[in-house]
Structures are given as C-alpha cells and as structure tokens.
Design a protein around this ligand. Structure first.
Ligand SMILES: [Zn+2]
Length: 400
C-alpha cells in the first residue's frame, strides 16, 4: 500500500506487488520490506520465520468506526425492524439506543472490558489489528467514564490496538432533566475535562440527526471540544443531509455515515481535508441505501470504509465482508477498497505508522493463503488471513 495517493481514484496496478517477499522487523517495527532472499543475505544474523506455502501479505486491517463496548442484545429490535418498524419509530417507543444504554449502565466495568475485548479479539482473528471504539451507551458523566475506562482495560486484554472516542453526544438520555443544549453543556462542563484529566480519549464524536442533535447544537459542542483539545468526529448525513459544512468549518477529522450526502455535500468535502468514512454495515443492517462511495472518490475525496459494529444497526462486525459488498455495489476498485481499510483509514485516525508495509512503520501485518491478492475481495470476506501480526502480538510472540 506504499506510495499511493491519499485522495481520489486508485487503480489496481498502482498496488506494488513484491514476489517472494520478506519483512525484516526489529523491536516491533518494520526495518525493511523486499525480496526474501536478498533480505536474508544482507541480514545473516536475523532470526527467520519461514512462511511455507503461498500467501499474500498486506498491512493489518483498520476499522476506523465501531461501537463495540456494550452489554445486552438488540435482536428484538432487529426483528421489529424486519417486521416493518423504522429506526426512528423503534427509538421513539423506548427501544433502540436507550435499551442498550440501560443494559450497559447495569454492567460492571470489568464485564464491559471483557465483552469489548472478546469482540476485539474476534475482529483481530479476522485480520483487523486496529479498532476505533466509541463510548456512547453511558450518556451520563459517571457511565461514560466507566465505558471509556472499560475500553482502556479491554485494550490490555486484546492483541488489537483500541483507539477510544467519547460519544457522550449520541442521543439525549431519557432520564436527563433538561434540553439537548443543557445536556451538551453538562458534558462540556463535567465530562470532557475529566476525560482529559484521566487520559481516557483524545477524540469526541456527535450524532447529528433528527432525534439526536441539531447542527447548531453540534457546532457549540464541537467548538467547546476543540477548545479542550479534542479531535472532532461527526456522525452525519445518515438519514438526511446535514453536516458536511459543519465538519469542514470545524476541521473535523472525519464525517461518518454519509448515506444521504448529495452532490453539494460531496463537493464541500472534496475541497477539504475531512475524511469521509462510509459504513456499509449500517446500510445492510437497516436495509438503507449505501453511502455514495464512488462519487466521493470521483470528486477527489479520500475514502475510508468501517464496520460501525454496534448492537442496533450494524450487528455483523465483519469489516472485510462489508467492504467487499460495498465495492460490488459502488464499483470501487480493489485498490480503493483495500486502501479504505488500511492506509487511508490510518490517516483518518491520525495514525501514521500503520496501514502501509514500509520501513519505520509498526510490525502490523496479515497474510492470506492465496497466490493472488484479488482473491481477498473476490471471495467477499470469506478468505480469512492465517497469519496476523501486531506489535502487541509480537510482544507475546504469537506468530502464525
Ligand atoms: Zn456509528
């Protein structure tokens, strides 16, 4: 994935293929990537781990948007939705996010850490070595801190690297005695400084939508978060177009969802450095349209694909399957799809030492049992990597 442009169209012949390759690593970092025999000759003292048979190696997958710290199940909601109820209708009858909030509040920090680590390990076994994880099922100062603490503990129990994000501005909690604005003010006043103090997250996210928060409320909240030193992310344009301008104005890192982004929103994003993160898992779970991934790339945007794994709208949690489904519907090249879950996803998370196999980056890579990289997306996520290496797994010496 080295030397690819950050934005816009990619063709498959831009991917550099190294036949009979090897990766030279030291202390959890890549020292060199190249021809195996040559690396061995030039580094005679290096310890060699042979990989027998035919494999395609590539960087570990990066899932830049998940909500995997939760308790309970929303199988009943899912059944209601299949029976014809809408996402907003289910939320209005007390199901939806609020149901998960109650179950998550009841869980202990240790139970939540274990649930999160189990989900992260499942993703790791599928080749995802870096996972962004949002809070947002606590919706009070006490419970949001508990969730972020659980994510921190989970990070010590998994070989994947977890990147925490505060999503206290997910919805207005049913038990808050006040308006949307007053809730956000209380989060700004009591929660954000505490998160900084305890070093629990550097990122805040807000859900901009009818039934969640308005554009002006988000503007206030994200401006305050910026002043407190947080990176900003927006859940936007999921059911109606609303927040591309806001994302650009407030220099958000990314705007995530974008199912309802139209030509004007795409143009606004294309002129900015804001990463569009599209979430096919939510479209599949809700039976909704996919985000206009092809148009975003054609307009010159970077494109990131993430799983949005959450108990309500995206219960699958398989990034590669979802990326493969999206590329078929949106006509994304294999290079565009693979970049969207490796190098471009890394940059959307502001991480610059993963997502590419190159000198200086972390030893973070996977290998699929095949001779042709095109098999990976052709098999639509059913070809699984057999070798998964992260800096953390190297510490515990789990190779292969
Ligand atoms: Zn989400």
């Amino acid at each position: 994935m080295d030397k690819l442009p950050l934005q816009g169209h990619l063709s498959d012949d831009q991917l550099e293929i190294i036949p009979d390759g090897g990766i030279l690593c030291k202390n959890g970092k890549i020292v060199e990537v190249g021809n195996f025999e040559q690396l061995r000759r030039e580094n005679a003292k290096a310890e060699v781990e042979y990989v027998e048979g035919n494999y395609v190696g590539m960087p570990g997958l990066i899932d830049a948007h998940t909500h995997i710290c939760w308790a309970g199940s929303r199988a009943n909601d899912y059944a209601m939705r299949l029976a014809g109820k809408t996402y907003l209708e289910i939320a209005e009858t007390g199901g939806g996010i609020w149901d998960t909030v109650q179950k998550t509040r009841e869980a202990s920090v240790e139970d939540l850490a274990n649930l999160t680590a189990q989900r992260a390990e499942k993703m790791f076994r599928q080749g995802t070595t870096t996972i962004e994880v949002k809070s947002g099922y606590g919706l009070s100062v006490e419970h949001e801190l508990k969730i972020l603490e659980a994510i921190k503990r989970a990070n010590k129990k998994t070989s994947a690297e977890l990147i925490p994000t505060c999503l206290a501005a997910h919805i207005l909690p049913n038990d808050f005695l006040g308006s949307q604005s007053e809730y956000l003010q209380s989060i700004v006043q009591y929660l954000l400084p505490e998160i900084k103090k305890r070093n629990l997250a550097n990122r805040v996210d807000i859900f901009v939508e009818k039934g969640a928060f308005s554009v002006s409320e988000a503007k206030y909240y994200l401006s305050q978060a910026k002043n407190t030193g947080f990176d900003r992310i927006i859940h936007g344009d999921q059911f109606s177009k609303n927040s591309a301008s806001l994302a650009v104005e407030l220099q958000a890192l990314s705007i995530d969802h974008l199912e309802y982004a139209d030509e004007t929103e795409i143009e606004i994003l294309a002129k900015s450095n804001v990463f569009p993160i599209v979430l096919p898992g939510a479209s599949i779970g809700l039976g909704e349209r996919f985000a206009p991934a092809r148009k975003l790339l054609d307009a010159g945007c970077s494109l990131v694909i993430a799983s949005d794994w959450n108990p309500g709208s995206a219960p699958m949690g398989d990034l590669l399957v979802q990326a493969a489904i999206l590329d078929a519907y949106e006509k994304l090249t294999m290079a565009e799809t693979l970049a969207a879950i490796t190098c471009r996803a890394a940059l959307a998370l502001k991480i610059n030492d993963i997502g590419i196999l190159k000198k200086g980056n972390k030893a973070d890579f996977i290998a699929f049992p095949t001779t042709n990289f095109k098999e990976i997306l052709y098999q639509q996520g059913q070809l699984k990597p057999e070798i998964i290496v992260s800096a953390k797994s190297l510490e515990t010496n789990v190779l292969g």
